[in-house]
Design a protein around this ligand. Structure first.
Ligand code: HEC
Length: 325
C-alpha cells in the first residue's frame, strides 16, 4: 500500500523549519527569557521506527478529534507553530492527564504508556505528514469480489429473522458480531475494518454495509446460509459513513461512503462495491474561507427522492446528491 510513502517527508523537512518563530522574537535584554524560548523551540527528533509508531497511534487515537492534518476539529489544532510553543513537558502533561474540556486522559487511563505519551508529545511538534490521496483507481485496485454476484443465492438461505438482527461493533478487534435478536445467538463474527463506525442495512434488508475508521468497507450478504462478507473495498485512509440508495426502483442499487481522509465521498455499485464516482469536499466554508480537510460526516438516503444527503463538517455544508443518472 501507499501508506508507507508518507513516512519520510516530515523527517526530511525537519532541518528547514528550525530557527523560525520564537527564538527570533526573544530580545537580547532578557537572557533568561531567550534561553527559555530557545529550549521550547528545540525540535525533537524521532527515529524512523518511532515516527512510524507515533503516526499509527495518531491515526488510531488522535486524528478523529484533531484532524489528519492537525488543523483541529472536535479537538484543538495541533500544528507545529502551536505545539512547539507549548513545549514537550506541557504536551506530555496534557496527553497524560487530559482535560475536562474533552481531551481524554491517555496516560492515566492506561491507553498509552509513559513512553508513548512522551513519543506523542514529540511527534506532534513535527510537521504533520500529508497522507496520500485515494483516487477512483486506488479504490478499484483495493476491491475484492469475495463472492461474485452470480454465485450468491437468489433467495434467503437461512432461518434468521432479518428484521431483528444486530450488528455489534467489536471495536479494537476489528470485527462485527451478527446476533440473532430472537434467540440472542451469535450467527457469525466477521473480520472488518478497525473500530467499525456504522453498520447500515440496504433498502431490501438483504445486504449489510459496515465501515471501519480505517475506511475499509465490507458488504455482508444476509441471505447466505451463514451471513458473511461477499465484497470489500478500501475507500480512503480514514472514514465514518456509509449508506445505500433507498428510493423506489433503486433499492440496493448504489452505495455511498464518505471519508475523513481524503475529504471526499465515493458512489459505488450496491452489490459489488465497484466505485463509479469520487467527489472531493475540499473548498470554501460557509464563511468563505478555504478548508483543505472538510470531513464527510453522516450520510442519509432519502426515501422520497433519488438522493443522498451528505454532511461535510468543516465547510458546514449539507450536500444533496442526486443519483438519478
Ligand atoms: C475525543 C476527542 C479527542 C481525542 C481522541 C484526542 N483529543 Fe486532544 N484534545 C481534545 C480537546 C477537546 C482538546 C482541548 C481541551 C482543552 O482545551 O482543555 C484537546 C487538546 C489537546 C492538546 C492540548 C492542545 C493545546 O494547545 O493546549 C494536546 C497536546 C492534545 N489534545 C493531544 C492529543 C493526542 C496526542 C491525542 C491522541 C493520543 C489526542 N489529543 C486525542 C480532544 C481529543
Amino acid at each position: 500500500m501507499k501508506a508507507k510513502n508518507w513516512l519520510y517527508p516530515a523527517i526530511a523537512a525537519l532541518p528547514f523549519s528550525l530557527g523560525l518563530g520564537l527564538s527570533h522574537a526573544a530580545t537580547k535584554a532578557e537572557p533568561r527569557a531567550t534561553q527559555k524560548a530557545e529550549q521550547k523551540t528545540a525540535i525533537p527528533t524521532l527515529t524512523a521506527a518511532e515516527f512510524d509508531h507515533a503516526r499509527q497511534i495518531y491515526f488510531e487515537r488522535c486524528a478523529g478529534c484533531h484532524g489528519v492534518l492537525r488543523k483541529g476539529a472536535t479537538g484543538k489544532a495541533l500544528t507545529p507553530d502551536i505545539t512547539r510553543a507549548r513545549g514537550t513537558e506541557y504536551l506530555k502533561t496534557f496527553i497524560k492527564y487530559g482535560s475536562p474540556a474533552g481531551m481524554p486522559n491517555w496516560g492515566t487511563s492506561g491507553d498509552l504508556t509513559d513512553q508513548e505519551v512522551d513519543l506523542m508529545a514529540r511527534y506532534i511538534q513535527l510537521d504533520p505528514p500529508t497522507p496520500p490521496e485515494f483516487s477512483l483507481a486506488d479504490i478499484e485496485k483495493s476491491r475484492k469480489d469475495i463472492l461474485p454476484v452470480a454465485k450468491r443465492p437468489t433467495q434467503k438461505m437461512n432461518p434468521y429473522n432479518l428484521d431483528n438482527l444486530f450488528s455489534v461493533t467489536l471495536r479494537d478487534a476489528g470485527e462485527v458480531a451478527l446476533i440473532d435478536g430472537d434467540s440472542k445467538q451469535i450467527i457469525n463474527i466477521v473480520k472488518t475494518g478497525y473500530a467499525v463506525h456504522i453498520s447500515r442495512m440496504s433498502a431490501s434488508g438483504r445486504y449489510l454495509y459496515v465501515i471501519g475508521r480505517d475506511a475499509r468497507l465490507d458488504l455482508i450478504d444476509l441471505w447466505l446460509p451463514k451471513p458473511d462478507i461477499v465484497a470489500e473495498v478500501k475507500i480512503g485512509m480514514e472514514a465514518r459513513s456509509v449508506e445505500t440508495s433507498k428510493y423506489k426502483g433503486y433499492e440496493d442499487k448504489y452505495a455511498v461512503a464518505g471519508s475523513y481522509w481524503p475529504p471526499q465521498y465515493v458512489i459505488m455499485e450496491g452489490d459489488t462495491l465497484k466505485p463509479l464516482k469520487v467527489v472531493s469536499t475540499r473548498g470554501m466554508t460557509v464563511d468563505n474561507e478555504y478548508h483543505p480537510e472538510p470531513r464527510v460526516a453522516s450520510i442519509v438516503a432519502s426515501h422520497y427522492h433519488p438522493e443522498f444527503v451528505i454532511n461535510a463538517k468543516e465547510t458546514g455544508k449539507i450536500l444533496m446528491v442526486n443519483y438519478w443518472h
